[in-house]
Design a protein around this ligand. Sequence first.
Ligand code: UD1
Ligand code: CA
Length: 462
Amino acid sequence: MRLAIVIMAAGKGTRLKSKRAKVLHEIGGKPLLAHVIESASQIVAPRDIYVVVGHQAAQVETAVKTTGVHFVTQEEQRGTGHAIQTVEASVRDYDELLVLSGDVPLLKPETIAALRDFHIEQQAAMTILTAEPEDPSGYGRVIRRKPGKPEVKAIVEQKALTHEQAEKEREINSGIYAFRAEKLFAHISALKTDNAHGEYYLTDMAELLVEAGERVVALKAAHAVEVLGANTIAEMMELDREKRMDTARALMSQGVTVLRPETTVIDTGVKVGADTVIEPFVQLLGNTTIGEDCRIRSYSVIENTTVANHVLIRQGCVITDSTIDSGALIGPFSHIRPESQIGEGAHVGNFVETKKVKLGAGSKANHLTYLGDAEIGSGTNIGAGTITCNYDGVNKHRTLIGDGVFVGSDSTLVAPIAVGNGAYIAAGSAITEDVPEDALALGRSRQVTKPGWAKNRRARKG
Ligand code: UD1
Ligand code: CA
């Protein structure tokens, strides 16, 4: 049996009131469509997945092009039935088709597989995945021939429901279907646009096939939440919450403690090692990996970063595109900007900003410092208020600081500059020339002290 999956993703998403196509909106840190493709890819190979794109097609394709699926363009979006008419030429030769919606992102592979198996077992022309959520409003309703039996009579769209039907009919159409390709395409040209939106509705295929004497059945999904659609921002944020809760639950099942998971924002795909504690209001975003036995304290936002084992990240740190080696201690309130590498056991303290910096093992920059475009060896102490002056208004320059260096507080290091191993820089220095190994450099004027001056001044004013 040849099986293809079609994902309908051409619509604009008018109800979102957004400039961006609906399927590009994100839950769990990834576009809706990416989630659907990921689940579909567990069922068939990407070469058997066809995504119908239309609104902002170029951006949509770019967002998911690494998945290797096919794209079919629906130039004008004339309804879900029209989307399938558009893809007909590409999928006509398959035996069975599974049709998914790009805006139903929580659907799990097991549920797609269950739909496929039920459809084959029932030898149906069309199988509709349904659910009974608490609030069915907004969805099409599936009308069965007899309650509890698989055979379906029709799908009635929300806008076409009578008042009585809206109350009584609570089984929703998830917009996810299986079709015998041959039967679908034998009748799809009979779809009409005599409905509230003047569109070709794929849902009308149920009645059309029944009228043609074909078997149309429904399978109720075990978990209604999986088939919820995201038509408004509010609905999307509900799904985002579900998705992130799922991620947090999966981490907890692997030995991670997520304190108050409803407050954390953890993207799909973030990895965390056992015995790590994630405190409330932490955000772990993008391609982030955290090791074992770490503690990430509240209000830290960590993105595209690799954190090794035994790292403590204190409150309020912002860490992006960086690497933190084992045993390091960061924060509170550190800003670790892209391409920073904080070495094993190193300390970065409050109000310290780093950018394109390699801070060696055991080195410390504990207070009020800017380190940019710098390479710092191991066991070096960077005093409070140290600034690498990396920018001359036109170009960026590098600062090299060796091992075991002591940089006194409030020093400015005017790059390009190099400080040798074991050197010592006096507090308050402006360093403009290289400092050799083991030297002491002072870059400040001598202090002038005038005895009695203050007392005399007060006497004059008195
Ligand atoms: C659809 C169903 C409804 C079901 C609901 C479940 C129809 C007519 N109605 O309604 O019964 O309860 O899904 O979520 O199908 N799309 C295209 N091309 C188009 C139009 C839509 O590719 O011309 C895509 C959209 O991008 C979207 C999907 O098809 O991903 C569903 O379209 P949408 O407009 O969201 O349908 P609903 O009103 O939600
Ligand atoms: Ca929808």
